[in-house]
Write a protein that binds this ligand. Structure first.
Ligand SMILES: Nc1ncnc2c1ncn2[C@@H]1O[C@H](COP(=O)(O)OP(=O)(O)OP(=O)(O)O)[C@@H](O)[C@H]1O
Length: 241
């Protein structure tokens, strides 16, 4: 579960990038965080993950306050950032093993998890190559593998499907569904509204740091008394903002 209460953030003390956000994402849910460029999605995700501090408000991951107890909170989630260009000089296997070290995953367990993940993401043959030599999609997959190797309870994914080929994208979506169905939380941001419409149990639409709508897609249609697609409703909702 992820809880945000009254969370705000301004950069350089000017306009609020995130403005008094209240959000609760319960267990067992895939939650889509949608919004146009510059809406405040990455800023929100960086605050949830403890990378930047909010100016105000409180954030809890499975009941643990990220500001009060960051180590405990960080043990509970896995985070895929919006850019996968990390640790480029490491080989894929070294990177995933490094992540397993950080989270204390013992050797035998990590070996079997790495093998399973590499098979699912078609990365077995690439594990011995440096990340620098990977395509964008392969970098994205190795970052995802590094996150999933410690089996985090809460998944926080910033634009996770960008650059993935159709098979890998399908695999990740399947894994997100499995994770939510096992009673855990998946929070992800995306610009791909067709994916959000099909995959998410609930969505929030943010613009200029404020939530414009939060709920299921049918609730959204009911709220706007419309049978339009999520894409049409999104465009309608954000056009005057
Ligand atoms: N480091 C920063 N310094 C100053 N302003 C920033 C910084 N990071 C983000 N902003 C501003 O905060 C606002 C929200 O940006 P953010 O990156 O959170 O949006 P986003 O919804 O993730 O956008 P995108 O979909 O384009 O990735 C924007 O106006 C952006 O210019």
């Amino acid at each position: 579960m992820i809880e945000l209460n009254g969370v705000s953030k301004s950069y350089n003390g000017i306009r609020r990038a995130v403005d008094n956000l209240d959000l609760t994402i319960p267990d067992g849910e895939i939650f889509g965080f949608l919004g146009p460029n510059g809406a405040g999605k990455t800023t929100t995700i960086k605050m949830i993950t403890g990378i930047i501090k909010p100016d105000a408000g409180q954030i809890r991951i499975n009941g643990t306050d990220i500001a009060a107890d960051p180590i405990k909170a960080k043990q509970r989630f896995g985070y895929v950032p919006d850019s996968p260009d990390l640790f480029l000089r490491l080989k894929g296997l070294e990177y995933v093993s490094f992540m397993a070290d950080i989270y204390g995953v013992e050797q035998e367990l990590r070996n079997s998890r790495i093998e399973t993940l590499a098979k699912r993401f078609d990365m077995l043959d690439a594990l011995g190559d440096t990340i620098q030599s990977y395509s964008h999609g392969m970098r994205q997959k190795i970052v995802i593998m590094g996150v999933l190797v410690h089996h985090p309870e809460v998944w926080i994914l910033d634009e996770p499907l960008t650059g993935l080929d159709p098979k890998s994208s399908f695999t990740l979506k399947e894994m997100m569904r499995e994770h939510a169905d096992s009673g855990r939380t998946v929070f992800f941001s995306t610009h791909v509204l067709e994916v959000a419409e099909k995959l998410c149990d609930r969505v929030a639409i943010i613009n200029k740091g404020k939530i414009l709508f939060c709920g299921t897609f049918p609730q959204m249609q009911e709220h706007f008394q419309s049978h339009e697609s999520l894409e049409s409703l999104f465009l309608e909702l954000t056009k005057h903002e």
